[in-house]
Design a protein around this ligand. Structure first.
Ligand code: TXA
Ligand code: MG
Length: 338
């Protein structure tokens, strides 16, 4: 099949919505990363998402809505705290795990009694959902195991020939996937993102847990609260090692180990001092800039044929936790103190 790449004109948005209503898939821009959309109420359409991505069937998808009217279509027994978080962070990069409704295709929830729900802020994403008139299941539009796509080009690289349409809405502003917070039981962040743990705590006025899997590999046989945390995600082909320490210590270590095929994944301010080829991912003191740049940087390292990469660890607070969480997975949890 030919994969069309179209600008998100009113006409092309209507075309995307028509494809989706007929049970087809489409690549759609969102403010976090590009999504691979299907009608969340159509079992057959959603099954195709798993086929196209090569995604394990036990990893549930997020149902995306355009307006609060759509929330009761996908979720039941919605707790008051969900409305507080919606008021504060929707539309935007927050996914809430809630008790599921029977309307949602079973494959979306991967056998769980819950569903992840998000109202994206990206204008094109919301217009496509509105025009389709149904909630859309949308995982990141990458092949399972490769870094999430932050441009239409990334989607095309991974999925060309497998889907009919990608709407090109430019680069995703946030750059890492949404924060996933479970409101079933104690509020728990299952995946960190641009909306921070502290921000959620402020709105709820109480402590929010952070799932163990955010910063640690699961022990063998351990069950993840968020199945997506089980898989080696965001993984480039290169072997990445994260170096934790000051800029000076990082630069020194890389320069001491700058053999053939060694690359640096560093901050802008470090690049000049590094005696190895380097790809940057934002500024040391600006985690939002790191989030926006990380996935493109990982893809770039693969394009350059990097075999071994030393990445400088970001700071862990605020949005930095999301950046570190993705980098840890890309590095298969290899971390060195320097
Ligand atoms: O920013 C995003 O969330 C992007 C854009 C396209 O909206 N989507 C995205 O979807 O990242 P995906 O499928 O790549 O990641 C969904 C994550 C997975 O880690 C999955 O396990 C978790 O959310 N998840 C979904 N439904 C869940 C549920 N009912 N319970 C626990 N975790 C769930
Ligand atoms: Mg994904």
């Amino acid at each position: 099949m030919e994969t069309q790449r179209l600008l998100p004109s009113a006409q092309n948005i209507a075309y995307a919505a028509e494809l989706l209503r007929k049970g087809n898939l489409a690549g759609i821009p969102t403010e976090t990363v590009y999504g691979l959309a299907a009608n969340a109420l159509d079992e057959e359409a959603v099954k195709n998402i798993f086929v196209v991505k090569g995604r394990p069937q036990d990893n549930p998808l997020i149902a995306h809505i355009a307006d609060m009217d759509m929330l009761p279509i996908v979720a039941n027994d919605i707790p008051q705290e969900a409305y507080l978080l919606a008021e504060a962070f929707w539309p935007g990069p927050l996914t809430m795990v809630l008790p599921r409704s029977r309307n949602v295709a079973d494959v979306v929830c991967a056998g769980l009694a819950t569903v992840g729900v998000r109202m994206p802020s990206h204008k094109v994403a919301r217009e496509v959902i509105r025009a389709a008139g149904v909630p859309l299941a949308m995982p990141s539009a990458n092949l399972s195991g490769s870094p999430s796509p932050t441009t239409a080009y990334h989607v095309y690289t991974d999925l060309q020939g497998k889907i009919p349409l990608i709407l090109d809405g430019g680069a995703s502003e946030v750059g890492v996937e949404s924060t996933v917070v479970s409101l079933v039981g104690k509020p728990t962040v299952l995946r960190p993102g641009f909306v921070t743990v502290q921000q959620i705590e402020e709105v709820l006025g109480r402590k929010v847990e952070v799932a163990e899997a955010v910063l640690h590999p699961l022990a063998k046989g351990e069950k993840a609260a968020s199945p997506g945390m089980m898989y080696k995600h965001y993984a480039p082909k290169a072997e990445i090692t994260i170096l934790q320490g000051s800029a000076d210590a990082y630069v020194q270590y890389v320069n001491d180990h700058a053999e053939q095929d060694v690359w640096a994944l560093c901050f802008e301010s470090e690049k000049e001092r590094i005696q190895a080829p380097a790809v940057t991912y934002g500024d040391e003191d600006d985690p939002a800039s790191q989030a926006a740049a990380l996935f493109n940087a990982l893809r770039l390292l693969d394009d350059k044929g990097a075999r071994r990469v030393y990445a400088h660890a970001p700071l862990l607070d605020g949005v930095g936790l999301a950046v570190y969480n993705r980098l840890l997975r890309a590095a298969s949890f290899r971390v060195l103190e320097v």
